[in-house]
Design a protein around this ligand. Structure first.
Ligand SMILES: C[C@H](CCC[C@H](C)C(=O)SCCNC(=O)CCNC(=O)[C@H](O)C(C)(C)COP(=O)(O)OP(=O)(O)OC[C@H]1O[C@@H](n2cnc3c(N)ncnc32)[C@H](O)[C@@H]1OP(=O)(O)O)[C@H]1CC[C@H]2[C@@H]3[C@H](O)C[C@@H]4C[C@H](O)CC[C@]4(C)[C@H]3C[C@H](O)[C@]12C
Length: 382
């Protein structure tokens, strides 16, 4: 796989850093997640393919273990507030002094500098600060965050993974590591570059929820079907719009023009009434195989079995029967072959990882008895 041979230390975090680590693991990196000790339940649902080591970083011996892991690794991902790692004596200066090739990825909400750098926050706050949240939501409603997808995952975990891959590529020339300051505010804003750059062509001249791509246009929206399901319509270009009108069985001569903003509310009502007259399956029969840009809105439990997704193998089942998306994109020679076994227990691999990183049996025993590390392998067998 593309990242085979890359060793990553991921300090356990909430959502963006686990996603970043999972992407790297899916594409072949060896990812060791560093969990806290005395935690009963793993909250990382994005742990596919990772190993877990439980360290108490409030103990100097725990800090020393993490340093040793980082000396022999390529990447460390830290998900804490600015300054937390420095307080532990684990800042980039300390770690890169011992391993100049280390890529030190800092995944935060607000970045490593600025007024908010040390403040707590979550996806919705970062999205708000990126400017994007002000553009999201229906007409007359308050701004609305689309789950925690944009800042946590697109602007956060994914951007951080991109930064790591870029730094690995550059390191293959320079031999040097670097520090990645991955701010979710900036990552989300960057993902949204189109919103800035397309203002010049008038894409966002109207209030929120009244533009072409934000739910304003009747030909770019969702509609309820007679069985309470939905269809998604994305018929932007006139040639595709014509196919939409044809599929809906409407007479273009009786409709206002596609691009007439003032007629959009009326057109929406016509589309709503029409879509409500048949079931989702019936509309799929009408539109599948056409260029009308109309697709069913699939709930998560139907995605896997949709013929298109099934044919491509876009979703996979792990050994516990849990369905999740196959890693994307698909590389032709070195595709991701994600691990399908169960997620690690907290600290399940502490002893084996320590041994692999050169700790002798007596040292491991000492660390276990001092509480600097914890191993839950025995419990895993119960
Ligand atoms: C699923 C929910 C998560 C949703 C994601 C959410 C929408 C997000 O947006 S995630 C993005 C969050 N932001 C960032 O990641 C940006 C960078 N990080 C930060 O800004 C901060 O870390 C922070 C704000 C996220 C958290 O701040 P906090 O003060 O807690 O932490 P830090 O200042 O960073 O310091 C960390 C301290 O920890 C010490 N540390 C770290 N590792 C170790 C170690 N190995 N050993 C010892 N010590 C360690 C470190 O030294 C720091 O110490 P100091 O403070 O002394 O410096 C889930 C969100 C909430 C969950 C629910 C909740 O937990 C309650 C229930 C719990 C139950 O078990 C399960 C059900 C819950 C309802 C649970 C359910 C879900 O998991 C959640 C809803």
């Amino acid at each position: 796989m593309a990242l085979a041979g890359v060793r990553v230390i991921e300090l356990a975090g909430l959502a963006p850093a686990p996603f970043c680590g999972m992407i790297l693991a899916d594409f072949g990196a060896r990812v060791i997640r560093v969990d806290r000790t005395k935690v009963t339940m793993a909250m990382d649902t994005l742990a596919r393919g990772k190993q877990s080591v439980a360290l108490n970083l409030k103990k100097p011996e725990g800090v020393a273990v993490l340093k040793r892991l980082c000396v022999q690794s390529d990447v460390v991902i830290e998900p804490f507030r600015k300054g937390v790692m420095e307080k532990l004596g684990l800042g980039p200066d300390e770690l890169q002094q011992e391993n100049a090739r280390l890529i030190y990825a800092r995944l935060t909400g607000f970045g490593q500098s600025g007024l908010y750098a040390t403040s707590a926050g979550h996806d919705i706050n970062y999205l708000a600060m990126s400017g994007l949240l002000s553009m999201l939501g229906r007409k007359t409603e308050e701004p609305y965050a689309p789950l925690n997808l944009v800042a946590d995952f697109a602007g956060g975990g994914l951007m951080c993974a991109l930064g790591i891959v870029l730094a690995l590529l550059e390191r293959s020339r320079s031999g040097k590591g670097q520090i990645i300051d991955a701010s979710m505010v900036e990552g989300a804003a960057y993902v949204g570059s189109f919103m800035w750059k397309s203002r010049s062509i008038g894409m966002w001249n109207r209030p929120r929820g009244e533009n072409m791509l934000d739910g304003g246009a009747p030909y770019y929206d969702t509609y309820q079907t007679s069985d309470g399901k939905h269809m998604a319509v994305g018929a932007l270009e006139p040639k595709f719009y014509d196919q939409l009108i044809q599929g809906l069985g409407l007479d273009p001569a009786n409709l206002p023009p596609q691009m007439s903003f003032s007629d959009w509310p009326e057109l929406k009502q016509i589309f709503s009434r029409t879509f409500a007259s048949r079931t989702q399956a019936e509309w799929c029969d009408v539109f599948d195989g056409t260029d009308a840009c109309v697709t069913p809105v699939l709930p998560l439990d139907e995605v896997h079995s949709h013929p298109h997704n099934r044919e491509r193998g876009s979703f996979q089942k792990d050994i516990q029967g849990e369905v999740s998306p196959r890693p994307a994109p698909v590389l032709s020679r070195t595709p991701a072959t994600p691990c399908l076994s169960r997620d690690p227990l907290i600290g399940e691999h502490t002893v084996s990882v320590l041994e692999e990183f050169g700790y002798g049996a007596a040292e491991v025993e000492q660390l276990l008895s001092s509480g600097a590390v914890e191993c839950n392998k025995f419990k895993a067998r119960l």
